[in-house]
Design a protein around this ligand. Structure first.
Ligand code: TGC
Ligand code: FAD
Length: 391
């Protein structure tokens, strides 16, 4: 029998170093995520568990792994993608922890921060001793962050921030929040580093989630938060700042979503071989095999797409609309695969005994965050037609 990702014999497209790293992350997921994930999902991931996972991911060199210096591993982009794929085969929430830390919070500081800011935050974040979050979305402005209402005004040398951010991964456990706000004086969008515990800043947890339950999601409330002059990220003053960070995290999701889909497909294949219906294995029926074949095909196509985008990124040639193409296709297909696998498992598919509905529920969030599928369709539409459908 051939495993779903090896139908096209693509293993040789990876270097030995990339394969080793992928296998190390897969072992971490087998040892540390799979045994507990059903409980984490049912009970909600505790803040202690987030901290423990962050420390372990830090030891493995996964946090900000594609960045250089400041304790970061400096791997290539494909390695980062493969790590996301293995983490998300465990759970999208675990991949989220790593991608928000490395691609959003750390990348923002690494790319747009001052040398002092980098020295202060990045080594601890790379080690997983400090956790970061990234506050762009607001209650009324998700797909259209340009409309943000969070304001930053100068008061002497200080900055004062007021506003609310919504749906922020790791908000309640963050040691530092990267908060994007519009400046009252000149209308520019600037990034601010807000340490946890700053007076006026709080991060209440969002409860009652049916998706991404093994991840802490929070509001960020900023009420007259006073920050020193050097809290602002000096190197960017427009939406290009946060949107550049999103390119990084979206790239990880292009690979990551395939991990969730692969886990579902492997589960469905194994289940279909041992479950007898009408006196023979479910896997022996033509309808089942057609489902499995179509899913393996989409998984393999998605993987080739991800690898191609990874090689483009490593060559410094990846464009944002290409990331949109990858995120749109691979998340959409992963969600379709997860739902189809659920049908193969029948009633067992709705339980936490098997990973498929957990993955499917998670992928509903993945479809929405980091740009909804509609946003990515419109980014691609703009690249194809030259017409901007947003404004
Ligand atoms: P627009 O006027 O087109 O551009 C404004 C400025 O940004 C630049 N730019 C980009 N730069 C880098 N990468 C990109 N992908 C960029 N897209 C645009 C652009 O050149 C311009 O720069 P400058 O220097 O001239 O000012 O922007 P717009 O307001 O029309 O918006 C375009 C749109 C709708 C595509 C954008 O707003 C968008 O992507 N919306 C979706 C928002 C989103 O994805 N939010 C995600 C929040 S974070 C999150 O979900 C984390 S989940 C984490 C997890 O748990 O894994
Ligand atoms: P809206 O923007 O209100 O969109 C609602 C619907 O309208 C969607 O279907 C959308 O595609 C559609 N739509 C919007 N514009 C158009 C258009 N022009 N044409 C056609 N249809 C359109 N954000 C952060 O900043 N940091 C985080 O760490 C973070 N973590 C998250 C974790 C989770 C679990 C979730 C669910 C979200 C997280 N988000 C985070 C927020 C996420 O980025 C937003 O939810 C997302 O950008 C969509 O915004 P919205 O939910 O406000 O939907």
């Amino acid at each position: 029998m051939t495993s779903p990702l090896e139908l096209l014999t693509v293993e040789h497209l990876l270097s030995e170093e990339e394969r080793d790293l992928r296998d190390a992350v897969a072992h971490f997921v087998d040892d540390r995520v799979r045994p507990s994930i059903a409980d984490w999902y049912e009970d909600g991931l505790s803040e202690n568990a987030v901290r423990e996972l962050a420390l372990e991911a830090g030891k493995l060199g996964l946090l900000g792994m594609h960045l250089t210096g400041y304790g970061c591993a400096g791997t290539n982009a494909v390695s980062y993608g493969l790590a996301c794929m293995e983490l998300e085969a465990g759970d999208s929430g675990v991949r989220s922890l790593v991608s928000v830390q490395g691609s959003l919070a750390m990348f923002a500081i690494w790319k747009f921060g001052s040398e002092e800011q980098k020295q202060r935050w990045l080594p601890g974040m790379a080690a997983g001793e400090l956790i970061g979050c990234f506050g762009l979305t607001e209650p009324d402005f998700g797909s259209n962050p340009a409309g943000m209402r969070t304001r930053a005004r100068r008061d002497g040398d200080d900055w004062v921030l007021d506003g609310t951010k919504m749906w922020i991964t790791n908000g309640a456990v963050g040691d530092v929040a990267v908060v994007w706000a519009r400046c009252v004086d000149d209308g520019t969008v600037r990034g601010f580093l807000v340490p946890a515990g700053t007076p006026g800043f709080s991060a209440p947890k969002i409860g009652k989630k049916l998706s991404l339950r093994a991840s802490v999601t929070s509001e960020l409330v900023l009420e007259g938060v006073r920050l020193p002059a050097d809290a602002v990220l000096p190197e960017v003053s427009s939406l290009r700042g946060p949107l550049s960070c999103l390119n990084e995290a979206r790239f990880g999701i292009v690979f990551g979503a395939l991990g969730a889909a692969r886990d579902c497909l492997a589960t469905a294949i194994s289940y279909a071989q041992t479950r007898d219906v009408f006196d023979r294995p479910l896997a022996s029926f033509q309808l089942t095999q057609a489902k499995l074949a179509d899913m393996a095909l989409e998984l393999q196509k998605g993987y080739l797409l991800a690898l191609h985008l990874g090689r483009l990124k490593d060559a410094g040639e990846l464009r944002p609309e290409q990331v949109s193409l990858g995120k749109l296709n691979n998340v959409r297909e992963a969600l379709a695969i997860a739902r189809e696998c659920r049908t193969i498992l029948g009633a067992n598919g709705i339980t936490l005994e098997y990973p498929v509905l957990r993955h499917a529920n998670n992928l509903e969030s993945v479809l929405t965050y980091e740009g909804t599928s509609e946003v990515h369709q419109l980014v691609i539409g703009q690249a194809l037609t030259g017409q901007n459908a947003f404004n």
